[in-house]
Design a protein around this ligand. Structure first.
Ligand code: NAD
Length: 320
């Protein structure tokens, strides 16, 4: 099998390759050529760790496998980041293990690529201002991918912990864009596209904050109980997601569903817009993409990075 080490991923994987891989796999999901397996997530009762598997099969690319890993909150004492994951790919014809790929950086890149795909397909015409809610590890990846997907002219941002806003300011400066820290009413009124990427457990962005044609990529909610958006805001939007079953159970849309404000039938897979079988934004004033993060995204970027590693001679061959 081939091994692509975590330390090689940064030099191999480009945001463009991540974008293409995610757009293609979303399209395969919407045309029923690819599906995700049920997610396993366990509190293992050791080191307060949450460990699990996200897997799937893409029949169009013949990509089969899983991402194994999770969250170890005490990892600082080992000099490691708290999120740890590895992607394993298997030969779809034989079941033989094909590759093991470091999954930490890939997770950030595939998550940022998902919101970027939504922005390219759903942003209101002439969108100029990107609003960022959240300033943690993922936020810089999100901003970089969004700015590659669409020609924004300005970034505005808000974070529940204002001392973290320097990450947004520095990233915008690096991208050559002006940055302004604002409050949420200003962010909702001025941003044409909003990315929310926090670990919030109650709504941050309220219905009355958001004015005018807007696209929101809601990326932070990936667990039961997490929440970034007011359900009333969700209820008045045209709704898109990576996978409907996941969005209504662990994604942002779980709350509007639980409140009886929306039905699963009013949610569209983003892949249907990519495939051209759904018109996308159309005449809608507000669109929301609920990016919950599916295993097929991890497999798609891992597949892309294995190809790049083979081309550059950076995939180590190991007999097992
Ligand atoms: P991080 O720990 O680096 O940053 C956390 C962010 O959330 C910061 O902006 C912080 O100010 C804010 N925050 C922390 N506690 C909060 C609270 N109680 N209420 C409101 N905000 C709070 O995390 P990160 O790696 O940037 O990840 C951010 C979120 O994105 C997490 O919820 C993570 O699980 C999620 N995530 C989603 C996907 C996906 O595919 N959808 C992928 C990776 C991460």
């Amino acid at each position: 099998m081939l091994v692509v080490a975590e330390k090689e991923i940064g030099g191999l994987m480009t945001p463009e390759a991540a974008y293409d891989a995610i757009e293609a796999v979303f399209a395969s999901m919407a045309s029923d050529q690819a599906y995700n397996f049920p997610v396993v997530r366990e509190a293992i009762g050791h080191e307060e760790a949450l460990y699990g598997f996200k897997g799937g099969f893409d029949g169009s690319a013949l990509t089969l496998g899983l991402k194994a890993g999770g969250y170890w909150p005490q990892n600082q004492k080992h000099g490691l980041i708290n999120h740890q994951s590895t992607v394993f790919l298997f030969d779809a014809d034989t079941g033989r293990v094909e590759a093991a790929v470091g999954g930490n950086l890939l997770t950030a890149l595939r998550t940022a690529a998902a919101s970027a795909v939504s922005i390219r397909h759903l942003a209101p015409k002439g969108a100029k201002v990107l609003g960022m809610i959240g300033a943690g590890h993922q936020s810089a990846f999100q901003m970089r991918a969004a700015v590659r997907a669409h020609p924004f002219e300005k970034v505005i941002g808000w974070n529940p912990h204002p001392e973290m806003l320097t990450r947004l300011a520095d990233t915008a400066a690096d991208l050559g864009l002006p940055f302004e820290a604002v409050d949420l009413p200003q962010l909702g009124a001025e941003a044409d596209v909003i990315i929310s990427i926090t670990s919030a457990f109650s709504p941050l962005l309220l219905d009355e904050h958001v004015k005018g044609p807007t696209h929101i990529a809601a990326m932070g909610t990936d667990t039961k109980g997490k929440q970034e958006l007011d359900p009333a805001l969700v209820a008045r939007a045209r709704l898109f997601t990576d996978e409907i079953a996941q969005s209504i159970s662990i994604g942002e849309f779980q709350h509007a569903i639980a409140a009886g404000l929306i039905e699963p039938s009013s949610i569209t897979q983003l892949g249907a817009v990519i495939n051209g079988s759904h018109q996308g934004r159309g005449e809608a004033e507000l669109t929301i993409f609920d990016g919950t993060g599916v295993g097929l995204q991890d497999l798609a970027v891992a597949r892309a990075v294995v190809t790049l590693a083979q081309e550059k001679g950076l995939a180590q061959k190991v007999e097992i």
